[in-house]
Ligand binder design. Structure first.
Ligand SMILES: [Fe+2]
Length: 344
């Protein structure tokens, strides 16, 4: 016989009699964590570090927000050879130097005729030569580079960068993610690549001159690798794009769940990115914050926020956004949204 508990039965459902609810008293702290005498009675070490959360207070934990912030070019305009972390780990409560939850980024400054060693547990490394000339030696051989070149390395041991003139390099890795996972790379996920600066700009020029290019809201060249064609990206975790924003133009708002770390390649200082939480009925950002561009500086665009790029001057502008978008694409969580159609 089936008992109908909605019709006046004074018997509680059977799960209310479950013995595990009678094991001991417990209270909850402000974060919904169970403080129970079960823990003090624990007989195994494996139970000592457990926490039991009440669902409604813990299902959407309030993590520290990723700030809208600029790392000024003065950080790499210094007199000593140094690795300069673009470190937001205190703000992110990260366990290791991190610029985003996935990415650890740095400026490298190398004085003329000096060398600098880098060593990272990253599975992907990007180097963009902001200024200078020199070479990089690693287990994959020697790479010669000059201003405007971009190159990548997979996981590897010590890397030595030597300069023949004053050099600044933007070094972006996925070490933050690797550190968070507590793992060590075991094999390279791609082969090293070099994207020479003159080739980057000839590709960009060709795209800009394609029929219908002026109707596109964005003129940019995405960097790819034969090993990562699934995600059409620089590496399996990192994504990079060279953007051309002609004078007197703007890119309408878009958003994505990846964090962007934009290096300003060359731009008038009146150019800016507008960042905000919402759009109005005309698709414009409401109460946006302006981040002004400064050549050689890096600015952070937090995930999920609408942003648009603006160049009101008569001078062309170029920026290099680097994101964890390859990892997000693979996770199927990138969630790119535009306030417009991609082809005008
Ligand atoms: Fe973006």
């Amino acid at each position: 016989m089936i008992q109908n508990i909605d019709q006046g039965s004074e018997q509680a459902p059977s799960f209310h009699k479950s013995p595990f609810l009678e094991l001991g008293s417990s209270t909850r702290d402000e974060r919904g964590r169970v403080i129970s005498d079960l823990q003090s009675n624990s007989t195994t070490q494996w139970e000592a570090n457990t926490i039991y959360y009440e669902f409604s207070v813990a299902v959407a934990p309030k993590l520290p927000k990723i700030p809208c912030i600029t790392f000024d070019r003065e950080l790499h305009q210094q007199e000593t050879t140094a690795i300069i972390p673009l470190d937001l780990s205190p703000q992110l409560q990260s366990i290791a130097p991190a610029t985003t939850p996935v990415i650890s980024a740095y400026f490298l400054h190398i004085c003329p005729q000096e060398s600098l060693k880098t060593n990272s547990l990253a599975t992907a490394q990007l180097f963009y030569v902001i200024r200078g000339r020199g070479k990089t030696e690693s287990e994959y051989g020697t790479m010669e580079w000059s201003k405007g070149d971009l190159f990548t390395l997979p996981s590897c041991g010590e890397v030595i960068h030597s300069s023949s003139e004053d050099t600044a390099i933007y070094w972006v890795t996925d070490a933050a993610l690797v550190n968070y996972l507590g793992v060590r790379p075991t094999k390279p996920r791609f082969q090293p690549c070099l994207y020479p600066g003159d080739r980057i700009f000839s590709e960009l020029k060709q795209i800009a001159q394609e029929p219908g290019a002026s109707k596109r809201n964005r003129i940019g060249v995405l960097f790819g690798n034969k090993a990562t064609q699934l995600t059409c990206s620089l590496t399996h975790t990192l994504w990079a794009l060279m953007v051309y924003l002609p004078g007197g133009t703007e890119q309408k708002p878009h958003r994505h769940n990846s964090v962007a770390l934009d290096l300003v390649i060359d731009a008038p200082e009146s150019a800016y990115t507008l960042v905000g939480k919402s759009l109005d009925a005309e698709g414009k950002i409401v109460n946006g914050e302006r981040i002004y561009w400064k050549s050689g500086s890096v600015f952070v665009t937090p995930p999920g926020l609408w942003h648009s790029h603006h160049n009101d001057s008569d001078r062309d502008a170029f920026i290099l956004p680097i994101q964890d978008a390859a990892f997000q694409s693979y996770m199927r969580t990138l969630n790119q949204r535009w306030s417009y159609t991609l082809n005008g």
